[in-house]
Design a protein around this ligand. Structure first.
Ligand code: TXA
Ligand code: MG
Length: 320
């Protein structure tokens, strides 16, 4: 069978212009992209992902100028954030213009927007006459894809094309910031650290645990989850001993566990670098999930900078 993985940007443009979908690379994770103004394309995004219709999509644009067509007003702190971190792993939720289709925003009066920082997708966005709606290119609730092969395992039979941009450099989804009374609220921890945001605009309220009626359903308690039962633990060695008879896979920060009884260990950063660990997180989870393990035991990461975002994803991966 011919591979649908390709680097042909012109072909991607052609497919998107015909109201169909293309999986796109970004610096965070791969997205499942379609024209925001095409009813057919947006419907197909929700169908392929099996995503509930109440969960709005992120709109991707190629430049700050394009914002004027999409949003009513931009709070001062949003301007600072956009000028500082775009293109980059930041999504901002802003008051939408009527012209942004409700099916993209799940009926909300706000729209989530980001300018991704990846040369391939920037070139693509700048060649199109419309922005791209793109959720992460995985089935709803499962592990996000950080390379083209991950996307192919989910959607090999459903897509004409996966635009190949290599491995995602950041590896965790964008950080989502909204505004209430012009003050910033963080809805989703992500690849842009809270520390970086605070350095730019000062205090930010964090509201990423609203499980009953989530502002950002990426914040649903179970999400980013492998099929294999997964545990998150401070003291990995003790938990391993309690599970001796099982086929165990470990997900560790910087050092292997000295033991014979582990089937496989993933070390996310030998240099103890949280950015490198974040970039490797999902690929390691994808590998572990393919090994027919009884359990995956993940180590709790240092709870600062991107360690916070990693812990957030691992916590959601362990929820039943
Ligand atoms: O890094 C990323 O953000 C990736 C790449 C492809 O850009 N995209 C991504 O999309 O993670 P998705 O759909 O998997 O997650 C988008 C999150 C969801 O949790 C959704 O609820 C939230 O953004 N969201 C979208 N529009 C929103 C809005 N108007 N208000 C609040 N949350 C919103
Ligand atoms: Mg997602």
């Amino acid at each position: 069978m011919m591979s649908i993985i390709s680097t042909d940007i012109n072909k991607a443009i052609q497919i998107l212009n015909q109201d169909d979908l293309v999986a796109i690379p970004t610096e965070t994770v791969y997205g499942l992209a379609g024209n925001i103004y095409s009813e057919k394309a947006i419907k197909k995004i929700f169908e392929l992902k099996k995503r509930p219709y109440f969960n709005p999509l992120i709109v991707h644009v190629g430049s700050i100028q394009q914002l004027d067509l999409l949003v009513e007003e931009i709070p001062e702190k949003a301007k600072i954030l956009g000028n500082t971190f775009w293109p980059g792993p930041l999504t901002m939720v802003l008051k939408k213009k009527d012209s942004v289709p409700n099916r993209v925003t799940a009926g909300k009066n706000t729209v989530a927007i980001r300018i991704p920082n990846h040369p391939v997708v920037l070139q693509l966005l700048q060649s199109l006459d419309f922005p791209l709606a793109a959720p992460s290119a995985n089935l709803f609730g499962s592990i996000s894809p950080t390379n083209a092969n991950h996307v192919a395992t989910y959607f090999q039979n459903d897509l004409q094309m996966i635009l190949d941009g290599g491995n995602c450099q950041k590896g965790i989804e964008s950080t989502i910031i909204g505004f209430e009374n012009n003050e910033p609220i963080l809805y989703r921890l992500g690849s842009l650290s809270i520390e970086d945001i605070k350095n730019s605009i000062g205090k930010v309220q964090i509201k990423n645990n609203n499980e009953k009626s989530p502002d950002a359903p990426g914040m649903l308690s179970r999400h980013y989850a492998p099929k294999t039962p997964t545990l998150l633990e401070e003291d990995v060695a003790t938990l391993v001993n309690k599970n001796k008879e099982k086929k165990i896979g470990l997900l560790l920060f910087d050092k292997p566990l000295e033991t014979e009884i582990i089937y496989h260990q993933e070390i996310l950063s030998k240099n103890s670098d949280l950015k490198e660990a974040a970039a490797n997180l999902y690929a390691a989870l994808h590998r572990l999930d393919k090994m027919n393990l009884d359990i995956i035991i993940a180590q709790e990461f240092p709870n600062h900078s991107l360690g916070k975002s990693i812990n957030d994803r691992l916590t959601r991966a362990t929820k039943k």
